[in-house]
Design a protein around this ligand. Sequence first.
Ligand code: SF4
Ligand code: SF4
Length: 446
Amino acid sequence: MRLFSKKTFAHGVHPPEAKEATAGLAIRRFPFPPSLTIPLSQHIGKPAVPVVREGEEVIRGQLLAEPDGFMSVAMHAPASGIVRRIGLMPSASGKMVPGIYLEPFPGSSQEVPDGAGVDLESATADEIIAGIQAAGIVGLGGAAFPTHVKLKIPEGKRCETLIINGVECEPFLTTDHRVMLEQSDDIFMGIRYLMKLTQAAKCFIGIEANKPDAAQHLQDKLPADLQAEVEVAVLPVKYPQGAEKMLITALTGHEVPSGGLPIEVGAVVVNVATTAEIGRLLPVGQGIQERVITVTGPAVKKKGNYRILIGTPLRFILDEVGVEDDIARVFMGGPMMGPAVSSLDIPVVKGTSGVTAFTLREGGDTPPKEYPCIRCAYCVDACPIFLNPSQLGLLAKNGEFATMAEEHHLMDCFECGSCSFVCPSHIPLVQHFRVAKAAVRKAKAS
Ligand code: SF4
Ligand code: SF4
């Protein structure tokens, strides 16, 4: 185990970590809800295509929808039950999206039958990629990018370094922390698949220094066959250390160029919970039915790290854990990068690593009053990729989205929220950038 005390990225911020309430709580299974709502698109790319009919009975783990092309992943039944409806349902984005309403059978065994596994010894790189797509695996750290797409190394490129991202720098969340403590065998099996697939010479498991038990546990459990290539790397605590580009810089010293992908500097980054799912599911040929989610925040009574079925509505989760009477705002994820939800009818999806709820007492109902920019440049000093959020904010106010993208690298912004966090004028910079990026994408597509 190595302490990467000096190697870190420039800028960044130090929000309160707020992880102590759940970091020591073991993962527990969450009750099954009476109804599941399963969006067909829980990932970046094309929605999956249903292969079941309304009224059909399905068993847990059965394929519900197949990928629509390479930029898409499969969807599996989170529980045995009956398909009640296939139609529109609310989503975290506020839009109605197509999905499957599934009513679980309360008395069913809910056992998941094994499928055709991917044999680690004999499988080719393409077979491992196909297995990951068939298992419906996406980035579980929140990005929900189809993992098999990220792992397809482009012609002429080479992966030198595989980075397993166990940083979990988002305040409040302890999902990855608990997975590292409780699923080390799955993580190491996932690394074996990933090393074989990428042919990387070196693998780092990057962990922030605020999780010393997880780092020590993985170091102690590191299997003999991985010891030559795999290194547990402990990094300084700084937000957003867990962002891909920041992590690559901290561990390899390389900077991913503006608009570029990690593979351009010979790196591939995979979230640690995603790695554990690869290691858990591929050998037995199963798909994702559930995931570990931290349910926390000042408004939550029974905080914890829970294994929750995909498609479980937020309302059911909050009813089960109990909430304070003055609950005011709920985030899908943590408060820095997670979107605030507008409806508790939306379900948790594969990319949901946390549910964080705040009360009125933390000022959760209304955003603080916004003042004009005072040109203090705190936001410039905070931005980890050296953008000028102050300038971008002024352009956003005037609707000059094209200028933001063409002259000020708007599309490099990965919405970490560091600029908003430090702004003394409470300007919701990151919200402006989300809107601007969406407008630029829409204009490009039309
Ligand atoms: S949200 Fe975007 S502009 Fe603001 S600090 Fe993060 S990367 Fe920089
Ligand atoms: S931190 Fe806020 S007030 Fe300061 S320069 Fe940036 S946008 Fe302006």
